[in-house]
Every structure is written in structure tokens, then in C-alpha cells.
Design a protein around this ligand. Structure first.
Ligand SMILES: Nc1ncnc2c1ncn2[C@@H]1O[C@H](COP(=O)(O)OP(=O)(O)OP(=O)(O)O)[C@@H](O)[C@H]1O
Ligand SMILES: [Mg+2]
Length: 251
């Protein structure tokens, strides 16, 4: 297991948002985290990544090493990288500069390893090669997302968490991104992907967790989940526009 989360509680101020989340990701596995808007997915992955604005309690282990008391920079050093929601790249910097920034989050990374990671990122995203010296702000949305993912990969993670990487992307670009994620998983990385589209998650992941109101309400292999109407019941409200937060819990 490259990632194990046990009984994670997190929130904002006194408000609990994530209530006892446990999940695992193995090497070579692509795991989805799905759930309607406001379910607590982003809060969960930010807490896992050590962005401790509101972590109350819980255990997070990367390759068996507890990281829950480390700050986000040290968590990266332990091999866990989060590609956050939105395309947080530096638009006035070049693609190449953006990518190199990713490796600086692991200061002790030897130059040789850094070059190897850059080669690996370029092999995964050959479409970026002509744009290495282009300012990132001039790229298309899909290309910017590739840069954001590529930057995360420059740290050479064992666990890669992506928060809605396909949001706003055309279907062919979403498929391309999932191909890259699968390649990464095949190379030994554990991938956890927050996905708004249940269809994409069930199509591409090995397993998935369904989150609702801060809790994991369903988990299993995607084939199993595809057959379960309960997933439809939970996600149906997301599909029909999110639903009010005070809507009654499914029973
Ligand atoms: N910075 C914040 N301060 C206070 N409350 C917040 C903050 N960020 C999120 N929340 C609240 O926490 C709850 C969960 O939000 P979160 O962003 O984790 O959901 P999500 O599942 O990622 O949703 P989405 O699919 O829309 O990205 C929501 O009720 C939201 O209003
Ligand atoms: Mg979110």
C-alpha cells in the first residue's frame, strides 16, 4: 500500500467537513474519489497532502511512513504530490520554468534525477515539447492542465493525487489525461483521482470511493459499483445539479 488514510477528520474553523474518512491506494492502482459538489473531496485530499488548514485528526501513511504531522512540503518529500483543483500554474513563466518548479519542492532531489523526471514528463506529454519556452498563460486549458500534472510529476511521486484534473476539458483531452494517469500507475505510482464525472471514473479507475457529506458511503471495484443502483442514487443528485446541502441523506 503506498497510501493509507485512517479515520481522517477535517474541516474549517469548528465546522467538521470530513468525518472519519479511511481509504487506501496501492502501487499500480488508479483509484477514484467521487461525490457530488460539496461532499468534501477537496477538503479530504488537501488534508491528506498536509495542507493542514483544518485537519482535526487521523492517520496518513505514505509507504508506511506517518506524514500527518508534517507540513505539505515535507509530505512531498515523502513521495506524495497533490495536483490541486484549478490550473494553478504560473502564467507569466514558461512551461519549462513551471515544470522545474515542481522539482524544487524536493530540494534534495539530485540533478540527475531531476533531468530524468523531466525526460519522463516530456515522454508522457509529448504535446508540450514545442511549448517549453512558451509562457504558460498562452497555452490552451488542456495544455495548462498537462503542465500542472507534469509539474507534480517532477517531484517523482509514489502517490499522485489529482483534484478534478479533467474539469473543463474536451472529451478527447480527458481521455488523453487518463491515458497518462494509467501509464503512471503502470509504472508503479499509486494514483488517486477526484473526479466529478462518475462515468469517467468508472470507465478508467480500478476502484472508487463514493463520498457524501464528508463520509465514504460506498467503495469497491468499478465493475461492482457500476452495477450498484445505490451509486446512481447518491450521484444522481450531482448529475441533476448538486442538490441542496440539507437534502435528506440516502438510507
Ligand atoms: N475554505 C473553506 N472555508 C469554509 N468552508 C469551506 C472551505 N472550503 C470548503 N468549504 C466547505 O466544505 C464543504 C466541502 O467542500 P469541498 O470543497 O471539500 O467539497 P468537494 O467535494 O471538493 O466539492 P466540489 O465537487 O464542488 O469540488 C462545503 O460545504 C464547502 O462549503
Ligand atoms: Mg472539490
Amino acid at each position: 500500500m503506498v497510501l493509507e488514510v485512517r479515520d481522517l477528520h477535517a474541516g474549517y474553523g469548528r465546522m467538521a467537513v470530513v468525518v472519519g474518512v479511511s481509504l487506501t491506494v496501492c502501487a499500480r492502482e488508479m483509484v477514484g474519489l467521487i461525490g457530488r459538489n460539496g461532499a468534501g473531496k477537496t477538503t479530504t485530499v488537501r488534508a491528506i497532502a498536509g495542507l493542514r488548514d483544518g485537519v482535526f485528526s487521523g492517520i496518513v501513511e505514505v509507504n508506511g511512513v506517518p506524514v500527518q504531522r508534517l507540513g505539505s512540503a515535507k509530505v512531498v518529500g515523502c513521495g506524495l504530490v497533490l495536483v490541486p483543483e484549478g490550473r494553478r500554474i504560473f502564467s507569466s513563466m514558461t512551461v519549462s520554468e513551471n515544470l522545474r518548479l515542481g522539482s524544487f519542492s524536493r530540494r534534495r532531489q539530485p540533478a540527475r534525477e531531476r533531468e530524468r523526471n523531466l525526460e519522463r514528463v516530456m515522454a508522457l506529454f509529448p504535446g508540450l515539447a514545442p511549448f517549453l519556452e512558451t509562457r504558460a498563460g498562452q497555452l490552451s486549458g488542456g495544455q495548462q492542465q498537462m503542465v500542472a500534472v507534469g509539474r507534480g510529476l517532477m517531484a517523482g511521486p509514489k502517490v499522485l493525487i489529482l483534484d478534478e484534473p479533467t474539469a473543463g476539458l474536451a472529451p478527447n483531452l480527458s481521455a488523453e489525461l487518463y491515458r497518462v494517469m494509467r501509464q503512471l500507475a503502470d509504472s508503479g505510482v499509486g494514483v488517486l483521482v477526484v473526479e466529478q464525472s462518475i462515468k469517467l471514473a468508472l470507465q478508467h479507475c480500478d476502484r472508487a470511493y463514493v463520498m457524501d457529506r464528508g463520509q465514504i458511503v460506498r467503495a469497491g471495484g468499478v465493475q461492482e459499483l457500476s452495477k450498484e443502483h445505490v451509486t446512481e442514487a447518491i450521484m444522481g443528485r450531482a448529475a441533476s445539479g448538486g442538490g441542496a446541502p440539507e437534502a435528506p441523506a440516502p438510507s
